[in-house]
Design a protein around this ligand. Structure first.
Ligand code: ZN
Length: 88
């Protein structure tokens, strides 16, 4: 069970450092901004990662899993699965 208040108010401050260096903006990321990305590992396997899109430069910025509370990860995964199933 989640505390709805803290759930809604959760946010994290992340500096934009996208795939090509990003723009360096300090961004406040909220739960709705978090998306799932598929990361191809060197051994050919695919892992799930967490990311968001910088509103300033459109870079995809990865967020370390350790920086996200469990309920944020769960919500993002749910959103992803719904979206994924819809698109099959
Ligand atoms: Zn940026």
């Amino acid at each position: 069970m989640n505390d709805l208040k803290s759930f809604k108010e959760w946010n994290i401050k992340v500096k934009c450092k996208g795939n090509y260096g990003g723009c360096g903006s300090l961004l406040q990321v909220e739960i709705d901004d978090i998306n799932i990305s598929l990361i191809k590992e060197i051994d050919g396997g695919i892992n799930l990662g967490y990311c968001f899109k910088c509103p300033v430069c459109d870079s995809i910025v990865n967020i370390l899993e350790n920086n996200l509370p469990t309920y944020v990860k769960k919500t993002s995964l749910k959103k992803f699965k719904k979206h994924f199933i819809k698109n099959i």
